[in-house]
Design a protein around this ligand. Structure first.
Ligand SMILES: Nc1nc2c(ncn2[C@@H]2O[C@H](COP(=O)(O)OP(=O)(O)OP(=O)(O)O)[C@@H](O)[C@H]2O)c(=O)[nH]1
Ligand SMILES: [Mg+2]
Length: 1175
């Protein structure tokens, strides 16, 4: 009893209360999961009222156990299943289960259908598969509700004709046993009466015929006749037009052809013809064009007809275990194929076309004789399994690692291939390991390595084109996916071609970054949007970019491509193409002509005998300089890149028009140079440094890795450049040229840093350059809190950045975290970022005191790209538009024939800081104004005609400050020259404006060639006759040639004196030219103060103090001009003049009053002045 209770308890856990949705019965069910319980069923089950009972594989010998009553169980039972037991009969009382609709007694030991079953007239689903039934009683006809009858795996020979009374049957399972074989030989006619039949399985019998009445089965969808022995198939079968799936494997061995009726079944989508004797796929099968699954395994296929490829809808094609030696051409038309089984054939190779089957998930090629897989197999992006066991492969295509799904499924099967070492060893470790190895090999064994730069205006379509090239399909970028600064991507169109694509963001703010990545050894792809093109837009879309590339990189290779052709008509495209080529050629011809003209001019000059001594009227700019200039121009002409003579046209939208041609063109271009074999250890070195987690590494660190790789490989560095440094330089330069790393070999400051992962550089730029900065950079309280930054402070800093380019360390930290450019905004990371920005001359650092006064006591840097576009308000006061009469003004002009190179002015502005750091400079987008001692410097960008000029002017009142003017101007020149190194082919002219002409008030002064800046001032010659406008005048030499500081310049005073005299005489002229109406002005602004300064002696301090100049200032003047007394006085007087309110007359009267005071008593002087100036 207690045992029984225990059993009952253990079964109780499987009693499931009826849940909602179980109908209105509300009775529980006993559902024992398969394998969960073995043994007998306790009696109390029969006292329950259950709805469903499932007793699978319990080893029951009888049911009910040991009795004939099943109690209350039948009352509500609708579903009973006792599969996999040892039942041989059912008790009579089972017939009481009148509500039963589903009865499943498969895998028992019944020799006949238990009689009570015939009484269950509500049965809908009867399953007696795999018993030992030998016959079916005619009473089966009573089961009129049957929909599913499963009698598979029994020993039936025939079926009673009464079966056809079960008219509702839809699914009929009559498969024989595998052994002993099923015994039905004649197709049971009764089946043909089941008009509702949808599914019929008669496999593994010995059926020989399909009778004419089979045509009645108009609803039949699936027919399985596997392993029968068909000899006769009635044509009537063609009436079964709903048939979708037929399995005839092994059923046609006695027939020489496929029954013709089959070919009328147009909707057929699955056909299995395995295990027959076909030597070819019957051509009629190829007419069943809706076929999706076709299996012809284990036949004698010797060849395939190309007609097979008419089956465009095929998804599954199994042709394994045949004798195929090749696949016919045209495989690519099976675009929907997902499964292709070709194992155990005699294939020796695969057509490349297979790589077009983009949907393929399974490719079985095991047990063939394939020696090589197609190179482009990586295009099969959907592949999850590739079986190439037992073939003749020696290696696998190097780009296979792109097959991500294959790796994640570990789906590459490569056993039993004569793989060369180390493929074999590594392939045994698994697909992912093999793929990692392939990446490494590609890095080392590439024949061609390139950097490819995609450049062009904003939204030109660069990124979309890159994606189309890399993915082979259209992936247009969305509006909010504009490239942020730049992206680098590795493109490997072929296994031994390695291209690092630099995809530039086209927004103008990102141009600050471009020049860092431009280099002559790259292939430049200039991209533009055809729809935006017009002749007027040529400069912005094409001309400007072409120039930026050509001026910078000698011999740069340039390719031009227009996108968006899907939105243009053919005619439009053609017209634009011609227009662009015309303008490209015209501009290039103009540039060349300019250079050639200049060359001719210099040659003529050089041919003149007098050129030996003098050129252009200026001594010492002689033969040497001219020759140098000539050489430079000739070099410029000869090394100019060839302008593109072709314009490619593509659409990156769906149809990808022109993309594959363009891709082939690029590949051809990239492979057109001879393959370069380089030592393996170069790439081992690269692999090693790429593993270093730091953002950047120093040259020394790189050296450490390099030496250890060399030592491991027993390589001597002597062969490679002599010293380890030279060897490493060679390697780094090479890796830079291929875009793998970034290393600036010829920049003294930057060469100590190796950007082993160029993304670090991109991230640095991203911290600051962002086209939608104002919008994207918003305060977030959480972030603010974690960085201890308050909202009001943040707002102020953001405005300071956007309006004045001032970036504080705190804001930088905020940006780095906000943009997720770093995981930890540690101080060392901030230091690194700031120091790199400074090294790259992207910004300059404010003096601590200035920074504190302006924004913050923290570190502050300033980016010229964000300076205000307005000139400062008090500009006129600091730099009057008209040069005040007594001012010396030294002017240098930097002339570009077109726009200045991108970023030139901004970078110049940064570089000026090298010598203006201690001045309070004022900046705006087009200018810098700085005061240094008593001199003022103005550097301003102007558009002039077609070109751009940067005007560098410096003013001072005192002749002795001319040294400082030169120092300022020469420093600006030096900074500019430094920048020009980046643009070696840039045509730029420097000129010096004749100060003499300026003093004379000429509107179009003489301009001296830039060579004057390179000359030392002629010794002992204090004046020169060199001004075109005044050939007879003597021009102070220090107006034309740079004057050194006193310590380094012999007779410095004499040069200065010549300048002062020149000023004096020009003042005299000015005085003379001024009418009597402005006598007081003549006195104050003309020669008057100068006369006065030379006549005053010790009393000068008293005079100036009484005029209101503070004593400290006088003391300063004394210190500044210890020997030059008149200069000192003059400066004091001018300061008084400019700093005092009142009309000129009032000022003159005030001056004369002081001079006439008793203790000063310069009455005589006053009289003289009154007379001289008519006062
Ligand atoms: N119809 C059409 N649209 C294109 C084509 N190429 C690009 N586009 C669209 O043009 C816009 C700009 O394309 P992108 O590829 O982002 O251009 P980009 O030059 O990379 O732009 P930036 O990174 O901002 O410099 C996107 O909206 C694209 O979807 C094309 O060939 N046809
Ligand atoms: Mg882009």
């Amino acid at each position: 009893m207690s045992i029984s209770r225990n059993v009952a308890d253990s079964l109780n856990q499987y009693i499931i209360e009826s849940g909602e949705g179980d109908g209105d019965l509300g009775y529980p069910s006993l559902l024992i999961p398969e394998g969960a319980y073995k043994g007998w069923v306790p009696k109390d089950i029969y006292s329950k009222t259950l709805r469903r009972v499932r007793l699978p594989f319990l080893r029951l010998l009888s049911f009910p156990v040991g009795g004939t009553s099943i109690g209350t169980l039948p009352q509500q039972l609708t579903d009973f299943s006792a599969e996999g037991n040892y039942l041989t009969k059912l008790p009579k009382c089972f017939a009481e289960c009148c509500k039963l609709t589903r009865l499943s007694l498969g895998y028992n030991h019944f020799t006949e259908i238990p009689y009570p079953v015939y009484g269950l007239v509500n049965l809908e689903d009867l399953n007696l598969e795999h018993n030992c039934l030998e016959y079916v009683d005619k009473t089966i006809g009573q089961l009129r509700s049957l929909r599913i009858l499963n009698l598979s795996g029994n020993m039936l020979r025939e079926l009673p004709p009464e079966l056809k009374q079960c008219r509702k049957i839809q699914r009929l399972y009559l498969s024989g046993k595998f052994y002993p074989r099923g015994k039905i030989q004649q197709f049971p006619e009764c089946i043909c009466g089941l008009n509702d039949l949808v599914f019929l399985d008669l496999s593994w019998q010995q059926v020989r015929n399909i009778p004419a009445s089979f045509g009645n089965l108009r609803k039949l969808e699936e027919l399985n006749l596997k392993w029968n022995q068909l000899q006769e198939v009635s044509q009537e079968m063609k009436k079964c037009t709903k048939l979708l799936r037929i399995d005839l494997s092994g059923a046609l061995r006695l027939l020489s052809a496929i029954p013709a009726a089959l070919f009328y079944l147009e909707d057929l989508h699955t056909l299995n013809l395995s295990d027959n004797f076909f030597t070819d796929v019957p051509s009629e099968v190829c007419g069943l064009i809706k076929l999706r699954h076709l299996v012809v395994q284990r036949n004698s296929l010797l060849r395939l007809s190309p007609d097979l490829y008419k089956l465009r809808y095929l998804q599954h094609l199994e042709l394994g275990e045949n004798f195929l030696e090749a696949l016919p051409e045209g495989l690519r038309s099976l675009k929907r194929l997902e499964y292709l089984g070709l194992c155990q054939n005699r294939l020796t190779d695969l057509p490349d076309e297979i790589c077009f089957l983009g949907q393929l998930r399974y490719l079985g090629l095991g047990h063939n004789k394939i020696t090589q897989l197609p190179e482009n197999i990586y295009h099969l992006q959907s592949l999850t399994t590739l079986d190439v066991n037992d073939n003749e492969l020696r290696e696998v295509p190097l780009l296979m690692d792109r097959l991500d799904l294959l790796a994640s499924n570990d789906g590459l099967h490569l056993h039993n291939n004569p793989l060369r070492s180390p493929f074999l060893e590594i392939s045994e470790q698994g697909t992912s390991q093999l793929f990692e190895y392939l990446k490494g090999i590609r890095l080392k064994e590439a024949h061609h390595r390139w950097k490819m730069i995609m450049i062009g205006a904003a939204k030109a379509g660069k990124t979309s084109l890159r994606q189309a090239l890399m993915l082979g399909r259209s992936k247009l970028t969305a509006d909010n996916e504009r490239t942020w600064v730049m992206e680098r991507h590795l493109w490997e169109p072929e296994s031994r071609l390695r291209v690092q694509i630099m995809d530039f963001g086209g927004h103008h703010i990102y141009q600050a970054a471009h020049h860092m990545f431009l280099s002559p050894d790259a292939l430049h792809v200039l991209v533009f949007d055809l729809t935006k093109y017009s002749t007027e837009a040529y400069e912005d879309l094409i001309g400007h970019w072409l120039e930026a590339i050509m001026d910078r990189a000698a011999g740069a290779k340039i390719v031009m491509v227009g996108t968006h052709c899907d939105l243009c008509t053919k005619e439009d495209v053609q017209e634009k193409r011609e227009d662009i080529l015309r303008l490209v050629r015209r501009n290039e011809a103009r540039k060349r002509n300019d250079i050639e003209r200049e060359i001719r001019k210099i040659r003529t000059e050089l041919d003149k005998p007098e050129a030996r001594e003098v050129s252009g009227g200026i001594p010492e700019i002689g033969v040497g300089r001219l020759q140098e200039k000539l050489n430079r121009l000739e070099k410029m002409l000869n090394s100019r890149s060839e302008v593109p003579d072709e314009i490619h046209v593509v659409s990156c939208a769906d149809n990808l028009y022109g993309v594959s041609d363009f891709c082939s063109f690029l590949v051809g271009r990239l492979k057109s140079v001879p393959a370069s074999g380089l030592p393996d250890h170069w790439f081992t070195f690269l692999e090693q440094i790429q593993q270093v987690p730091d953002r950047v590494i120093s040259f020394e660190q790189a050296m450490g890795y390099f030496k250890s790789v060399m030592a491991e490989n027993h390589q001597s560095m002597m062969g490679m450049g002599g010293s380890p440094e030279r060897s490493l330089e060679m390697v780094l330069k090479y890796l830079h040229s291929t875009g793998e790393i970034v290393w600036y070999s010829d920049n003294t400051e930057l060469r100590t840093t190796v950007f082993h992962r160029p993304e670090a550089l991109i991230d640095m730029l991203r911290a600051v350059f962002r086209h939608d900065f104002d919008e994207v950079v918003q305060f977030s309280p959480d972030l603010g809190e974690s960085l201890e930054l308050r909202r009001d402070r943040f707002d102020r800093m953001k405005q300071n950045f956007l309006q004045r380019g001032l970036l504080t360390r705190e804001l930088l930290r905020f940006l780095l975290v906000l943009f997720r450019l770093t995981e930890d905004a540690s101080d060392s990371f901030l230091d690194l970022t700031l120091s790199l920005m400074l090294k790259f001359s992207l910004c300059f650092k404010l003096q601590k005191s200035q920074a504190t006064a302006l924004v913050s006591p923290s570190e502050v840097v300033q980016f010229p790209w964000f300076f205000s576009s307005e000139k400062p308000q008090d500009f006129e006061g600091k730099w009057p538009q008209l040069r005040p009469p007594r001012m010396f003004e030294l002017v240098m002009e930097i002339n570009f024939s077109g726009p200045a190179p991108p970023n030139f002015f901004e970078k110049l502005s940064v570089k000026l800081h090298n010598f203006l750091y201690d001045t309070s400079r004022i900046n705006w987008q087009n200018g810098v104004l700085a005061q240094r001692n008593t001199s003022t410097l103005l550097v301003e960008r102007e558009r002039r005609n077609q070109g751009t000029t940067v005007v560098v002017s410096a003013r001072t009142e005192s002749a002795s400050d001319l040294t400082e003017l030169w120092w300022l101007v020469m420093n600006v020149r030096l900074a500019a020259m430094h920048l020009f190194k980046d643009w070696p082919l840039l045509k730029v002219e420097l000129e010096l404006v004749c100060m003499h002409c300026v003093l004379k008030g000429l509107d179009t002064p003489t301009r001296y060639p830039g060579e004057v800046f390179e000359h030392v001032i002629p010794k002992g010659e204090y004046t020169l006759k060199c001004c075109d406008r005044f050939p007879d005048d003597h021009v102070p030499t220090c107006f034309v040639f740079p004057l050194e500081e006193k310590e380094y310049q012999d007779n410095h005073d004499l040069y200065i004196k010549a300048a002062a005299d020149c000023m004096q005489s020009s003042m005299d002229e000015v005085d003379a030219s001024l009418g009597p109406s402005c006598n007081a002005e003549r006195m104050l602004y003309g020669r008057g103060l100068s006369v006065l300064s030379r006549r005053l002696t010790d009393e000068w301090t008293a005079v100036l103090m009484r005029l209101g100049v503070p004593y400290e200032r006088l003391h300063q003047l004394e210190l500044s001009y210890p020997t030059n007394f008149p200069e000192r006085v003059l400066l004091g007087l001018t300061e008084w003049r400019d700093g005092t309110e009142g009309s000129p007359e009032e000022k003159v009267e005030a001056l004369f009053t002081v001079l006439s005071e008793e203790d000063i008593s310069q009455n005589e002087l006053v009289e003289d002045l009154r007379e001289q100036f008519g006062l």
